[in-house]
Design a protein around this ligand. Structure first.
Ligand code: CU
Length: 283
């Protein structure tokens, strides 16, 4: 990670200095430090491995290294990737500069035509972007500017659907999680009868997360949704749902009504028969 960032006067300061300045501002003014808002950033990047080899944001004038590309930490990045030589390419940012594709590094699908590749720029620093196929050719400089993230994420609108489910049925947990820079990870810690698991929730949209899961044991389950940002701040919110063996009260009531009616009819009929016999015996 690049420990420096550029302040409003354009000077580079260290993260420690930034933290001290931020703390001083909060301490004196007791207001929140203004923070950068994550934005949607779009590029069109053209690549080729036949002359002119390299990358370009304009077709036909590729260079190697290609153009410097820069975004802010937390930005939602969408890159339209076009292969100009019908050769397969893979766009990839080597976050740890070890020359191989690692988990968590932005890596596009292989493309021979045009594709969209989207990712969130959560890791700040200066990196090399590559074509994973034509490395060590087809490279360029990628900069993700660090955002001072002083605020924790917010978790809202947590829900379990259905709130009461039968054993073996799926329960859908949903939550909204937002952050001033970017939500890095959302998980649900679920505790129930003989169940205790911390499960990663899947991102549906920028701020919506969900988890589908079945539960076999009847009982009450409590869950805590945890959201984490890249700076390590946490926020959580709690909810619950129940798993119960189904009863069919409506059907039972119907049976009782039918049975009761039959009994009543039988009693009346029996009464009539008795009375008639009694009358018939009278002289
Ligand atoms: Cu390539």
């Amino acid at each position: 990670m690049d420990p420096r960032y550029r302040d409003s006067q354009g000077r580079f300061r260290t993260a420690t200095q930034a933290a001290l300045i931020a703390a001083a501002v909060v301490g004196i003014l007791t207001v929140a430090v203004p923070t950068a808002k994550a934005a949607d950033v779009t590029f069109h990047l053209y690549g080729r491995f036949s002359a002119p080899i390299g990358w370009s944001t304009t077709p036909g004038i590729e260079t190697d290294p290609g153009p410097d590309l820069s975004v802010n930490q937390g930005d939602h990045v969408a890159i339209q990737l076009t292969s100009e030589d019908a050769t397969p390419h893979i766009f990839w940012i080597d976050y740890n500069n070890n020359g191989v594709i690692d988990t968590g590094e932005p890596e596009s699908a292989q493309f021979t035509g045009t594709i969209w590749f989207t990712f969130d720029a959560l890791q700040a620093g200066t990196f090399t972007y590559w074509c994973a196929i034509h490395q060590p050719s087809m490279r360029g400089r990628w900069v993700t500017n660090a955002s001072p993230d002083s605020a924790p994420p917010a978790v809202a609108a947590i829900a379990a659907s259905p709130a009461a489910q039968v054993p073996g049925g799926a329960v859908n947990l949903t939550a909204q999680a937002t952050d001033n820079v970017g939500v890095a990870n959302v998980s649900a810690h679920i505790v129930g009868p003989s169940f205790d698991e911390n499960l990663t929730m899947t991102r549906l949209t920028a701020s919506s997360f969900y988890l589908d899961r079945t539960f076999s044991d009847a009982g009450t389950y409590s869950f805590t949704v945890w959201a984490r940002d890249a700076a390590g701040h946490f926020a959580s919110r709690e909810g619950s749902f129940t798993i119960a063996v189904p009863s069919a009260p409506a059907q039972d009531a119907r049976y009782l009504i039918v049975l009761g009616t039959l009994l009543a009819v039988a009693v009346v009929a029996f009464g009539i028969v008795i009375r008639r016999r009694a009358r018939a015996r009278k002289p």
